[in-house]
Design a protein around this ligand. Sequence first.
Ligand SMILES: [Zn+2]
Ligand SMILES: [Zn+2]
Length: 254
Amino acid sequence: MLSIDDIKKEYILKFDHHTHTIYSRVGPYLHGKGRIIDNARAAAKRGLESLAITDHGPSDFYGLSIKRLPQMRRDIAQAKLSFPKLKVYLGVEADIVDTENGLDVSPEDFDKFDFVNAGYHYVPKCHMIHNFLSFHMPWPEKLKDRLRRQNTARIVKALKSNDINILTHPGDKAYIDEHAVAKACEETGTLVEINARHKHPNADDLRIYKQYDVKFVISSDAHKPKNVGRYAETMALALEAGIDPDRIVNIQKR
Ligand SMILES: [Zn+2]
Ligand SMILES: [Zn+2]
């Protein structure tokens, strides 16, 4: 069993493609705490090759506004000037919801981003109250099973209807059938995220995902600049689950 220090000595993180900034906000309340330039500075300091700014989808309470994307692009251009060796992408963490394409980012808006990640959150159109209660309180098994089926169907539909880069924190915030979700990631070539901030996927979940022909990605899901590029504890979790480091697309041996 490698210690966290051993992991840092042995493996490096090449990129972090899931981070949040002050563009995730509700009015004056900032859900993401840093500016784009602050995340870029942290990524450059950590020696990352690339960084993605992936604020929450527009249906989230503190989601980004499509109208502000030109400003985000300008901020990214500024960050690139300040840190020329770092690539900075504009992505989004879309919400998986009940819409025609299963996301709160419509197909027409896809090209406004360099890529789209997607995940489950407590937003309208996701059976929000039921998912929240079932996940945080004792809840009848029968109802849990029904939600699990619904949530799984929604994720599979979103994966198959869109070109999604990363499925963020699968199994967090809502019960799912990991086997069916893993199969859909395998069929669509979607990266399975191992997330530094959430409880899922945990080692047991990862032991299911690794049985399928999927690739993994480690993300900090940083909401503060100081957490950009955090990976060692998450890498420890991946190793605990027996995932071959070669299957994690942004991990490299020193
Ligand atoms: Zn998320
Ligand atoms: Zn996130």
